[in-house]
Design a binder for this molecule. Sequence first.
Ligand code: DC
Length: 224
Amino acid sequence: MSEATQIVAIDGPAGAGKSTVARRVAEQLGFAFLDTGAMYRAATWRALRHAVDLDDPQALAASTEAMDLAMEETPDGQRVLVDGEDVTQAIRTPETTRLIFKLDQNSAVRRTLVELQRRFGERQPTVAEGRDIGTVVFPRAKCKIFLDASLECRTRRRAEQLMRAGLPVDLEKLRDEIHERDEKSRNRTDSPLRPAEDAVPVDSSGMTVDEVVAELARLARERL
Ligand code: DC
């Protein structure tokens, strides 16, 4: 089966700290790290770059299938390349972020990206984070975590990330956007955001990054 390799599946809403934490848990375990949100972002960026009609599901699917995507871990963090172009920053802009829902609700787009994610996980022990890792991508993963935090807390963390990247922040607008994106993720028909039945819930609201990393690494060691 595709999950003979060891997989830690981390799901949760935007801003729960999944990327930061998952990357560090992967480091501690000596596993590869897979940021699946970056893949939906990359597919969205590519569609915008090629002026694909975002209301044409088939065109979005074709664009995603044609995408040459490379994700590299570097000492400075992850680098994302689409068709050879470095889009590490570009996939995080508010414009791209706002339009991801046009692709992440598209079943053909999801199939293409899920296939890439499964292949990645088959090649090496992996910590994967996203919205449907435990439910759809790796349903047989032995360690599944649903990482959540209050909306206030997630908004604050996202704001800090954006500010570090030198992007302007309007807190109230950001909060509404995160909430709206959550609702879209939770209410879509294909692969809605929800905890897998066998996922361990972790609420990171009152926890430091170090504490969350330690807790997740502990859970992973216990279960794998
Ligand atoms: O984690 P993130 O904010 O970078 O994710 C970007 C978007 O991609 C998010 O709005 C939901 C979507 N996504 C998804 O539908 N499935 C995943 N496995 C990961 C992300």
